[in-house]
Design a protein around this ligand. Structure first.
Ligand code: GLY
Length: 281
C-alpha cells in the first residue's frame, strides 16, 4: 500500500489570497483517495473544481485572447504511461474531462473545432459563455483582477497518488492573455507543462513560451530521477534548479512535484498558491 497524496497549485502570479480557493479542491481529492479512489479520479475532480472557480485562469475563469475569444487547454498524464490532452477548445468549461476519455483512445490529443466535435459526440458539457468575469462579479476573493498591461499565463494543476501507488497529473488553463486565438501554450504539450513517468510527476505554470522552450517539466523530472532522493528538500532543489537555469528571471514560472512515497511540494519565482496533503500512513 502506498501513502495517498495530492498537491495542487493555482497558477504562477496568482496572489497568496487564492490559496483558500485551493482548499476545496484538495479536500475533494483527499476524500476520493481516502475512500480508495484512483489518482486519476482525485486529480481530475480536484481540477474540475478549480476549472469551475472563476478566480483561476482555467475553465470558467479563462482569460480572453486578443480577438476576444476564450479557449481552453488541458492535459492528463499517468505514471503507467497514458496521456490525453486538448488544445484551444471553444465553449468548454471542463476540458480536463475530455482528457480522461482520451486516456484509453488510440489518439493522445485533439485541438480546436475537431476537439469540440469529438467532445460533443461523447456528451461533454458545452457552455456558450465562459471566460474571466469582471472583477466585481467574481465576489470577495481578494485582488484577482489582472492589471491591464500584465500578461496572465497562469494555470491550475493537480498531482495525485493513490493507495496503489498510481500517480496522475491534471493541468488546465485558458492560456495566456494578450496572445492570439491559435496560440499553443505549455499546458497541453508533453514535457513542457507536465511530465509523469513511474512514481514521479511534475507540473508547471506560468508563461507558456518560456516553459515550452525549456521543456521544463521533463527536465525537472529527469533531475529528480537522477538524484534518487524523494525528500521535499530534493524535489524543491530540482524545481529551483529548473527555474534558475532554464527560465529567464523576467518570466513568472512555478512548478509542483510529487515523487515516490513523499508529500508534494511547490516552487516558483513569483507568487504561486499551492497546497499539499498526504495520508498519515
Ligand atoms: N501556462 C499557460 C499558458 O502559457 O498557456
Amino acid at each position: 500500500m502506498a501513502r495517498p497524496a495530492i498537491v495542487a497549485h493555482g497558477g504562477a502570479g496568482a496572489g497568496p489570497e487564492r490559496r483558500a480557493n485551493l482548499e476545496p479542491a484538495i479536500e475533494v481529492g483527499r476524500a476520493i483517495l481516502e475512500a480508495g479512489g484512483s489518482a486519476i479520479e482525485a486529480a481530475v475532480e480536484a481540477c474540475v473544481l478549480l476549472e469551475d472557480n472563476p478566480v483561476f485562469n482555467a475553465g470558467t475563469g479563462s482569460v480572453v485572447r486578443t480577438d476576444g475569444s476564450v479557449l481552453t487547454d488541458a492535459s492528463l498524464q499517468t505514471g503507467d504511461g497514458r496521456l490525453g490532452f486538448v488544445i484551444a477548445m471553444e465553449d468548454t468549461p471542463n476540458p480536463i474531462r475530455i482528457c480522461v476519455d482520451l486516456l484509453d483512445e488510440e489518439i493522445n490529443g485533439l485541438a480546436g473545432p475537431g476537439a469540440r466535435r469529438w467532445a460533443d459526440a461523447r456528451g461533454h458539457l458545452k457552455a456558450d459563455v465562459i471566460g474571466r468575469p469582471p472583477k466585481d462579479e467574481i465576489g470577495d476573493v481578494g485582488d484577482v483582477g489582472p492589471k491591464p498591461a500584465e500578461i496572465i499565463g497562469d494555470t491550475v494543476g493537480v498531482i495525485a497518488r493513490d493507495s496503489q501507488g498510481n500517480i496522475a497529473a491534471a493541468t488546465s488553463t485558458g492560456g495566456c492573455s494578450h496572445r492570439p486565438a491559435g496560440r499553443v501554450g505549455d499546458v497541453a504539450l508533453p514535457g513542457s507543462g507536465y511530465w509523469v513517468n513511474g512514481a514521479i510527476a511534475v507540473a508547471a505554470t506560468g508563461i507558456g513560451e518560456a516553459i515550452t522552450i525549456a521543456l521544463l517539466s521533463k527536465r525537472v523530472h529527469e533531475r529528480i530521477s537522477a538524484t534518487r532522493d524523494q525528500s521535499v528538500d530534493s524535489l524543491e532543489a530540482a524545481m529551483q534548479w529548473g527555474i534558475d537555469n532554464h527560465i529567464a528571471a523576467h518570466h513568472q514560472v512555478g512548478l509542483i512535484a510529487l515523487c515516490g512515497s513523499g508529500i508534494g511540494t511547490g516552487v516558483a519565482n513569483t507568487d504561486m498558491p499551492w497546497l499539499a496533503w498526504q495520508a498519515d500512513s
